[in-house]
Design a protein around this ligand. Structure first.
Ligand SMILES: [Zn+2]
Length: 261
């Protein structure tokens, strides 16, 4: 077998679908050939990635459309994750698609679908950041402008089906400045607006719906810090250009203010 023969069979090797003698032959070749070994490694990584991360359902219409554009070999397109172990002699990507052509189609498909498969957290972070930047751009940080938590909290009543935690931290240098509504993850959310010196901190809040606490996460994106935690039954996400240390201190103070007793 030459390099092409080998590389054509790599996906079948990964799926454990080759006759033993053929698999052994390929493994021997992989030991000696760096080019094929690299091809094998990247295929393996792709396969692992798909099995692990490709969990977001693809809209049925899109899947069918893509299937049609790949070729006539199949009529239905199960998602990789929901596909049972492939039957023998079939690629791990799509039923009926085998060999290098199938792999290339798979790679192209993956490229097209990649944005749909971003981990959920990533999408959330991006949405939070977009919301924050949009609010800054249009200078619309607050629909209710008040430093009084007893004004801000009732403002949300009737606009939301939950009551966000509103605590003023003026004594700690983080005065409340107001609140607004935003729309995130297919639901309206409360946004609280705090200040720290010349910095704006926005806190997004919506019910955690009994989901287990995920702990505190801090991410930096495009110069903004995005800090997530849970308190008082709510998902809380702070977005600010404030440094991570001060933002974490702020979150700690909010949690303390919301703690019973
Ligand atoms: Zn080779």
């Amino acid at each position: 077998m030459n390099h092409d023969d080998i590389q054509t069979r790599l996906s079948a090797l990964i799926d454990d679908e080759l006759p033993q003698d053929e698999a052994a032959l390929i493994r021997t070749h992989l030991n000696d050939c760096e080019t094929c070994r690299e091809a094998y490694a990247s295929l393996l990584a792709m396969s692992t990635w798909i099995q692990r991360d490709a969990v977001t359902p693809v809209p049925p219409g899109l899947a069918a459309q893509l299937a049609a554009s790949i070729g006539p070999a199949h009529t239905s397109v199960p998602l990789p994750r929901t596909t049972p172990r492939p039957e023998p002699k079939r690629g791990w990507f799509w039923p009926g698609v085998t060999g290098l052509g199938g792999l290339l189609a798979g790679a192209a498909l993956m490229f097209v679908l990649l944005p749909l498969w971003q981990p959920q957290q990533d999408t959330l972070t991006q949405a939070l950041l977009s919301g924050h930047i949009r609010a800054l751009q249009v200078d619309h940080l607050s629909d209710v402008i008040s430093t009084d938590q007893h004004t801000v909290k009732p403002w949300f009543a009737g606009k939301l089906d939950f009551s966000p935690p509103v605590h003023d931290l003026v004594a700690d240098g983080f005065p409340l400045a107001g609140g607004r509504l935003d729309y995130l993850q297919q639901r309206p959310v409360a946004v609280l607006n705090y200040r720290y010196r010349l910095h704006v901190i926005e806190v997004y809040a919506w019910p955690a719906s009994g989901k287990p606490a995920t702990g505190v996460t801090l991410q930096t994106r495009q110069g903004y810090q995005i800090l997530g935690w849970q308190q008082e039954g709510m998902n809380m996400w702070a977005v600010s250009d404030l440094n991570g240390t001060d933002l974490q201190r702020f979150a700690g103070l909010l949690q303390k203010a919301g703690a019973p007793g």
